[in-house]
Design a protein around this ligand. Structure first.
Ligand SMILES: NC(=O)c1ccc[n+]([C@@H]2O[C@H](COP(=O)([O-])OP(=O)(O)OC[C@H]3O[C@@H](n4cnc5c(N)ncnc54)[C@H](OP(=O)(O)O)[C@@H]3O)[C@@H](O)[C@H]2O)c1
Length: 277
């Protein structure tokens, strides 16, 4: 069970990944992302989630280099953009990301979306396996894959994905996909864990939050951790970066977890992975 920002889950290949990290989607390249990542690292965050598509890998890399935190203490995730799927283009895109990040090795590289209509994720995965075997990436995974995409990939891969990063929050609990990932030793990771700040006025969350003297954001993030879901809330505000990480000094009861689970409406803020890209 996660008891601090440095607590890790052990992926099926033995690599340790922090349960808690910072997401930097929509954080502007340059000063904004540099300051945001440096703030998070100074607060004690040890995992940063970026993507080629966020156009801020350079700033993420610079913040890490200038932070004074040893590189090996930080878990860095990036993602392959949809337009770069395919064997050769994935290899090339990886080099570009690494150049921008200024890193020798990446901790986790994800296929950002399955894009089933392109029909390229299995070929792309071969490139991921090559980079993994060469030691350029410590772990490889997917994002926005549902059970059907995972079945297809698992039937035809040498290295099984270690992580599946999907939209997951109290209005989209993803129980069946979470159970599937558990069965296959794939760590599930929640994107938009705070539902992009759209759930804070939910009466169940506000009631539980006031009982614990915490905020609804903290309750949701604690719910992730207790359900063994890796979580990566985004904020550019130092006080919220601190608030989001202050979730290790209280415990939700089983009844409270069930009440939050019951908020599920299958409601997405993002696209449907079956039809997107
Ligand atoms: N794989 C994918 O396809 C995918 C898709 C989307 C996101 N992601 C990843 O997941 C990360 C998180 O998702 P997200 O950025 O979409 O949404 P999120 O973390 O659910 O919510 C971020 C929003 O909540 C606000 N916020 C954060 N903490 C708060 C607090 N304590 N109180 C009130 N408001 C708060 C932020 O505003 P301020 O910044 O102004 O504080 C921002 O508007 C992303 O940054 C990205 O790394 C991945």
């Amino acid at each position: 069970m996660a008891d601090s920002l440095t607590s890790c889950t052990t992926l099926h290949n033995g690599v340790k990944m922090p349960w808690f990290g910072l997401g930097v989607f929509l954080v502007k390249e340059g000063e904004e992302v540099i300051n945001t990542v440096k703030t998070a690292l100074s607060v004690g965050y040890r995992s940063i989630d970026t993507a080629a598509g966020y156009n801020n890998e350079e700033g993420v890399g610079r913040a890490i280099a200038e932070s004074g935190v040893p590189r090996e203490e930080i878990f860095v995730t990036s993602k392959l953009a949809n337009d770069d799927q395919g064997y050769d283009s994935a290899l090339k895109a990886f080099d570009t990301s690494m150049e921008k990040l200024g890193l020798e090795t990446l901790d986790l590289y994800l296929i950002h979306w399955p894009c089933p209509s392109k029909g390229l994720y299995k070929e792309t995965w071969k490139a991921f396996e090559k980079l993994y075997k060469e030691g350029r990436i410590r772990s490889i995974g997917v994002s926005n894959f549902n059970e059907k995409h995972l079945d297809d990939l698992l039937s035809d891969c040498e290295v099984r994905p270690m992580v599946n990063q999907v939209e997951l929050h109290p209005r989209l609990v993803q129980k069946s996909l979470h159970d599937y990932c558990r069965r296959h030793e794939i760590q599930i990771e929640a994107w938009s864990p705070l539902m992009k700040a759209k759930i804070f006025d939910d009466p169940t969350l506000t009631e539980i939050a006031s009982k614990h003297n915490k905020t609804p954001a903290q309750v949701v993030l604690r719910w992730d951790l207790q359900k063994e879901i890796v979580t990566i809330p985004k904020s550019i505000k130092p006080e919220r970066i601190r608030e989001n990480a202050d979730v290790f000094d209280f415990t939700l009861s089983d009844d409270e977890i069930s009440k939050i689970d019951a908020l599920d409406r299958g409601e997405r803020t993002g696209p449907d992975p079956d039809t997107f890209g």
